[in-house]
Design a protein around this ligand. Structure first.
Ligand code: GDP
Length: 312
């Protein structure tokens, strides 16, 4: 297990086309998370069919990057208002957000929608002014627009002191200075590890894990993704599942996964503050708590309102 102070859990939020996918691809490429023979081909988010079948490739949402001795978990977030419940759940799972804004286009409707959700959860965003390479980029004005938006949405004093990183995801560059770009994403990585808090939950307490996102695959069945809220979770462990209706059932953790790059990697155990995926619990669903059978306590129920969850 990583030492808790070396973990960063962040969500990436943006209006569509402002460059989230390109940015995550570049962060992955530059981190060395990929071995050389695994170089990111074209777009990292496009996954290989065979791997998807076997349940290794993650369905676009989770990426984990090793930077120095840090593990940075990045959770992608839908920008569309239909997915308000999902965005809210993701915001509860992370300790900070990257708000990506196009340095020419400025704030757009989905920028506002996702930023509101982040501010409501008391997260302190890092603003990434992307596409700084565009000849018509207007970074100073856009930073002002972003500040106005924070104020309009009722940001608190701490949130208003957001860090700004200027970047070109396309060129793989970033800087704290709008006038000149460094030739890598170092400024962005450093801002993340310095300004996003690490998890503070205790691994010493009885297990509690909230199912926040669901994935499905034919090989593994239902895959529950979430953050360990307290304690330690282990492969093979017997647990109590607490349903949204207040029921309880016994189950076993068949497989446990951490994330590495765009893949799931099997792990023996994970601790409070880790974002993980698990398989082997047949009817598991969003909003259910997986707990220590000796101390089954449910976490607060989560909002679910998006249409995709109609599927079973
Ligand atoms: P997403 O919808 O937020 O995931 O956006 P994408 O990463 O798919 O990017 C949308 C478009 O913007 C693509 O055509 C990218 O090539 C382009 N793009 C992304 N980042 C940059 C950048 O830093 N500079 C420029 N000029 N274009 C970019």
């Amino acid at each position: 297990m990583h030492s808790r102070d070396k973990i960063r859990n962040i969500a990436i939020i943006a209006h569509v086309d402002h460059g989230k996918t390109t940015l995550v691809d570049k962060l992955l490429q530059q981190s060395g998370t990929f071995r050389e023979n695994e170089a990111v081909q074209e777009r990292a988010m496009d996954s290989n069919d065979l791997e998807r079948e076997r349940g290794i490739t993650i369905l676009a949402k989770n990426t984990a990057i090793n930077y120095k001795d840090f593990l940075i978990n990045i959770v992608d977030t839908p920008g569309h208002a239909d997915f308000g419940g999902e965005v809210e759940r993701i915001m509860k799972m992370v300790d900070g957000v990257l708000l990506v804004v196009d340095a020419f286009e400025g704030c757009m409707p989905q920028t506002k929608f996702v930023l509101r959700k982040a501010l409501e959860q008391n997260l302190k965003p890092i603003v990434v002014l992307n596409k700084i390479d565009r000849p018509n980029a207007r970074p100073a004005e856009v930073v002002d627009e972003v500040l106005d938006l924070f104020i309009e949405l009722g940001a608190n004093d701490e949130q208003l002191e957001f860090q700004v990183v200027y970047a070109s995801a396309l060129q793989g560059t970033s800087s704290l200075d709008p006038e000149k770009q460094d030739d890598n994403m170092g400024a962005l990585y450093e801002t993340i590890v310095e300004h996003i808090p690490h998890p503070t939950e205790s691994t010493e307490e009885p297990l509690q894990f909230l199912v926040t996102l669901m994935d499905f695959n034919e090989y593994l069945g239902r895959i529950a993704v979430g953050r360990v809220n307290r304690g330690v979770i282990r492969q093979g462990q017997s647990v109590t599942v607490m349903t949204r209706e207040g029921g309880m059932k016994q189950a076993r953790i068949e497989k446990l996964f951490g994330f590495q790059g765009l893949k799931r990697v099997e792990v023996e155990e994970a601790g409070a503050g880790d974002i993980i995926a698990l398989a082997g619990i047949k009817d598991i669903n969003i909003g259910e708590t997986i707990a220590d059978p000796n101390k089954p306590e449910a976490l607060p129920v989560l909002k679910i309102d998006e249409p995709t969850l109609q599927m079973t």
